[in-house]
Design a protein around this ligand. Structure first.
Ligand SMILES: [Zn+2]
Ligand SMILES: [Zn+2]
Length: 647
């Protein structure tokens, strides 16, 4: 029997039934066969040696795909467990999944313990086993047999896991002497794992339950090449230097206070200025694109969130309601701006000719996060979204998407994010019943999103089944200067809120129609965006954005008067400038300005005063020579226009 195998480019090849992923890879090229790590078969990631017995859509995964990396990392978790079992016999094992960057395993060492001092020994053992080229062998086991195996081994954690599984769904993977309860998939054998590094340990309660035993979670990462590990460790080192919490403190951008409350950032003057510059830029762009500003309060009546459905989502597990002393009204801290904007839309009767209507607000929202989850500006409890809601007709979705994409691309250019891509989330064709809204509109909107991204020439990944129940969406992912991916802006179609709020406009037929709502936030939140920005540029913000653009350094107090004159001139040109009036040597003033990452240092002394000039130094690139004020102003304007031509 022959089966039909559809490749990602939609080409179809025939193979005998029982063909494996590895054999398909080999039929394409030997090089691919050497590098392939796993295979997706009809949406499920499989081992490469598992026979395919029916027609299938497949994708082969190498290190370049996240599925390929996940397979290697999960296999490395087994490898680490095998090494630990050899070195510390009697260790019990919890769970050992792959994660975004590497893998971990939760282990119970009994009386023993391990720390970073033991990493070297474990890594060596892992590589020794990897070189043995141990095959990963999958076997399906009946539940009683699986339970029996781990009861005899004395591993109560695995017994606990198996108890939750259904008979007939249980599989073991064995490599060398190590057997693990596991769904797979795995590498064919351990040999592709060429470099490993254990990163740290942490305490982890079994099943996340504080009343149960605390296990040791050991984190690690693995690579198919030694060179990749070296580069990764260098990247980690650099990431530490760029940590936004560290730079935020050094540049006095933001702070946290236990008294104010965890996860509630305080923007210091320099940080507030930075944020204001971002807001001003976006407001200007949005005004041009036909957005109207609106402002809504920080709290809303419970009924508002019952109507919107947010009460179900955030009500029980979030901040407690606020109630009024005599009326007994209940209010919630606003978790989303959308319900408020729906009510703003309802305030007026719109006709089809008025649409689209676009309401924009830098709206601050509050969402409860557990204290352990909080992290700098990236995970906070109060944050400001650069939010807007577009209410449009179904036939306007494509145009609106295109113009939001334009705004996002303008932002990426202005902030020098050169490497970005988009992910389009569509419905799962097998579960059409779970989506609300009419089919025809969904089809139109999904098509509109795909066409809009094609028109803009964006690198797009289309994921079916990832759409929210209320509409398809587009997410922007950027890679920062260290190659790390961040999900930033989102554009989300919504058929749900217009329904729940019974929003209407009068159509050309004089009948009432429901508008489509589009949520969009190009930055996402100001907090998270600023954090990403800081780590991307290591605190060297683009000139248009940075709080202080220039600092005047008089070489002695004799030239302070001239320095003040220069300051007035530059202020007139709206160049954000300071003077360093301290009684310090010029060398020290330059070093301090460099530390503060101020783009331009303007040195003034006798010669400059006599000529009416300034000596210009640029942060990171040194002396640019002597210039007149006008020449310097031009220099600044040119640099600003390079990134934001229209301001
Ligand atoms: Zn496994
Ligand atoms: Zn929204």
């Amino acid at each position: 029997m022959m089966i039909r195998i559809t490749l990602p480019d939609k080409s179809v090849k025939e193979f005998p039934e029982g063909i494996t992923g590895l054999e398909i890879a080999r039929s394409i090229s030997e090089g691919l066969a050497r590098n392939v790590l796993s295979i997706t078969v009809n949406g499920e990631v499989w081992d490469l040696d598992r026979p395919i017995n029916e027609d299938a859509e497949i994708k082969l995964h190498t290190w370049d795909d996240k599925e390929g990396r996940a397979t290697m990392w999960h296999s490395s978790a087994h490898l680490m467990a095998a090494a630990i079992e050899e070195l510390y016999p009697g260790t019990k094992f919890g769970i050992g999944p792959d994660v975004e960057n590497g893998f971990y395993y939760d282990i119970d060492l009994g009386e023993e313990s391990i720390s970073s001092n033991d990493f070297d020994k474990i890594e060596k053992k892992m590589l020794e086993i990897a070189r043995r080229k141990e095959e990963f062998v999958r076997t399906e086991v009946p539940k009683f047999e699986a339970l029996d195996y781990y009861r005899r081994k004395g591993d109560e954690y695995k017994v606990d896991l198996i108890n939750d599984l259904e008979d007939g769904t249980i599989s073991f993977y064995k490599s060398g002497n190590f057997t693990d309860l596991c769904r797979g998939p795995h590498l064919p054998d351990t040999s592709p794992i060429k470099a490993v590094k254990l990163l740290n340990t942490a305490g982890a309660y079994w099943r996340g339950d504080e009343s149960r035993k605390q296990l040791t979670r050991v984190y690690g990462i693995a690579f198919p090449k030694q060179k990749m590990l070296k580069e990764y460790l260098e990247m980690l080192e650099e990431a530490k230097k760029r940590d936004h919490r560290k730079i935020g403190r050094e540049l006095e951008l933001f702070a946290f206070s236990a008294k104010v409350g965890q996860g509630l950032p305080l923007w210091l003057p320099k940080g507030a200025e930075l944020r204001e510059n971002l807001e001003k830029f976006l407001k200007k762009v949005q005004r041009k694109a036909g957005y109207q500003p609106v402002i809504s309060p920080h709290i809303g009546n419970k009924n508002l969130y019952i109507t919107s459905g947010h009460y179900d989502k955030y009500g029980e597990d979030s901040f407690r309601p606020i109630s009024t002393p005599s009326e007994g009204e209940e209010f919630f801290l606003k978790p989303m701006n959308c319900p408020h904007h729906c009510e703003i839309f309802k305030n007026k009767q719109y006709s089809y000719k008025d649409l689209p209507v676009r309401f924009a607000e830098f709206g601050t929202v509050y969402r409860y996060e557990q204290s352990g989850e909080l992290h700098g500006l990236t995970r906070v409890r109060g944050f400001t979204q650069d939010d807007a809601h577009i209410f449009c007709r179904p036939d306007q979705v494509k145009e609106e998407f295109t113009s939001v994409i334009d705004i996002v691309l303008l932002i990426f250019k202005a902030l020098e994010f050169q490497d970005y891509s988009v992910q389009i989330s569509l419905r799962d064709p097998d579960k059409m019943e779970k989506y609300i809204g009419n089919n025809e509109n969904w089809d139109k909107a999904e098509q509109a999103i795909i066409e809009a991204t094609e028109k803009k020439g964006l690198k797009a990944e289309i994921v079916t089944g990832e759409a929210a129940f209320y509409g398809p969406k587009l997410d922007f992912m950027v890679k920062d200067a260290l190659g790390r991916s961040w999900q930033l802006g989102t554009i989300q179609v919504d058929y749900n809120l217009p329904e729940r709020f019974e929003l209407e406009y009068i159509g050309s037929d004089n009948e009432k129609h429901r508008p489509v709502m589009i949520h969009r936030a190009p930055f996402g939140s100001m907090e998270r965006f600023v954090a990403v920005m800081i780590e991307h540029c290591a605190g060297n913000f683009p000139l248009w954005l940075t709080p202080d653009q220039a600092i005047i350094l008089p070489i002695s107090e004799k030239y302070e008067k001239y320095a003040k004159k220069v300051l007035t001139l530059l202020n007139n040109y709206e160049i954000r400038t300071l003077i360093d009036e301290r009684n310090e040597k010029t060398g020290k003033k330059i070093r301090d300005a460099e530390t503060r990452k101020i783009p331009f240092m303007l040195i003034v002394g006798e010669k400059e005063e006599a000529q009416g000039t300034i000596s210009v130094r640029k942060h990171g690139s040194g002396d640019l020579g002597t210039h007149t004020i006008e020449e310097f102003v031009q220099m600044v304007e040119q640099e600003i226009h390079r990134l934001i031509p229209e301001i």
